[in-house]
Design a protein around this ligand. Structure first.
Ligand SMILES: [Zn+2]
Length: 374
């Protein structure tokens, strides 16, 4: 390992192909985890209503040991997954108390996304010749050849709404070889027509395939809505929808991965706006137009964040209220609110002809470098 390389966490997600027995046990484990979660949520609720006191995580944990003696079937699945379920419940409570988020909810059997987590102790989770060894399940088949690096911390086994099974291995001490420095910096403006506009003038188109799939998805969803809920035909249509949704998200992920890797490879400092999708819904329409409802932008930012960390680059996030599109990047003249439809404008002060989006990206770059004192 070179001195400048970085050690960090990374998750490796694999599609897994459990056999009949393994599938049965996975389903049982989903069920037991949900049961434990709901059972102790109820217990904590009752305990609080009766005694105005908290039934803590440790109390839950002790109680679970007793409960397993009564309910033998709880002994069948991986025992760590049940502990993790208690931990998740505790985290939900902590969030409720600290962040005043909603009160923890009961988990429903109808929930289409099912998962459980289990930690790696004494090498009980490992990658072995086209299989992943998992507690209680044994060797589960994978097709992916990518071998996880570093040390495995835990595994999350999940089933998506299209029926497919996945295993995500969270690893630590993964070594990342740094990208070479390029001495080039970049500002990125989120586009309305284009996906993004770079301060060097490059415009990244919104991927067309995504729109195409969206039309097809709308059609499938209409078909689904005409079927009787719970019927065989309904179920078939539901799986079709889920498969296409998965396909769209795969396409989007590929596009975002290629784009973000490219940016992190080519630029040392990457400057972006802090666009919080939730607050965008409430603020002014110029921000709202920036493709709200599309998760791409937040995922784009998330990828830029961890990739710049992994590969030794810098991400500078500027305040979302910085008026990047209203200031002339040449002279700094502020020209008030710009109509979103005006693509080009001429600065009344220095008479520069400005492309609305590229000007914004340049301002984002300058502001991003300024706050880093570069
Ligand atoms: Zn100007």
């Amino acid at each position: 390992m070179k001195g400048s390389d970085i050690m960090a966490e990374k998750a490796y997600k694999y599609r897994i192909y459990p056999n009949k027995q393994q599938e049965e046990l996975i389903q049982k484990t989903f069920g037991c985890c949900r049961f434990v979660y709901n059972y102790y949520l109820n217990k904590r609720k009752e305990y609080y209503e009766k005694d105005k006191a908290t039934f803590t995580y440790n109390m839950c944990s002790k109680d679970l040991t007793q409960l397993k003696k009564e309910l033998i079937w709880l002994k069948e699945p991986d025992k760590d997954s049940l502990q993790k379920s208690l931990k998740d419940l505790d985290i939900a409570y902590q969030k409720f108390f600290k962040e005043h988020s909603g009160y923890p909810k009961f988990k429903s059997k109808k929930d289409r996304h099912k998962s459980y987590r289990t930690s790696c102790t004494n090498n009980n989770i490992r990658f072995e010749n086209k299989h992943i060894k998992l507690p209680k399940l044994g060797l589960v088949k994978v097709r992916d050849k990518q071998i996880p690096q570093g040390r495995i911390l835990n595994a999350t086994i999940s089933q998506e709404s299209n029926g497919q099974y996945y295993c995500s291995l969270c690893c630590t001490d993964v070594e990342f070889v740094q990208y070479e420095k390029t001495s080039q910096n970049i500002g990125i403006d989120l586009g309305i027509v284009d996906f993004a506009i770079l301060s060097n003038g490059a415009k990244i188109e919104n991927p067309r395939f995504y729109e195409k799939s969206e039309r097809k998805l709308a059609k499938l969803q209409r078909e689904l809505s005409r079927k009787t809920i719970g019927s065989n035909r309904w179920n078939k249509a539901r799986i079709k929808v889920a498969k296409l949704q998965k396909h769209i998200s795969n396409q989007r992920n590929d596009f975002l991965h290629k784009l973000t890797t490219n940016i992190v490879k080519n630029f040392d400092v990457i400057c972006i706006e802090d666009l919080d999708v939730k607050s965008m819904r409430e603020t002014d329409s110029s921000l709202r137009n920036k493709r709200v409802g599309d998760v791409s932008w937040s995922e784009f930012r998330r990828m830029l964040t961890y990739k710049s960390q992994w590969y030794g680059k810098k991400l500078s996030v500027i305040d979302r209220y910085y008026p990047s599109s209203q200031v002339c990047h040449c002279c700094g003249h502020k020209d008030g609110k710009k109509d979103e439809n005006v693509r080009n404008w001429i600065c009344p002060e220095c008479h520069s002809e400005l492309d609305r989006d590229v000007n914004a990206a340049i301002n984002i770059l300058n502001e991003g470098l300024r706050i880093l004192n570069i």
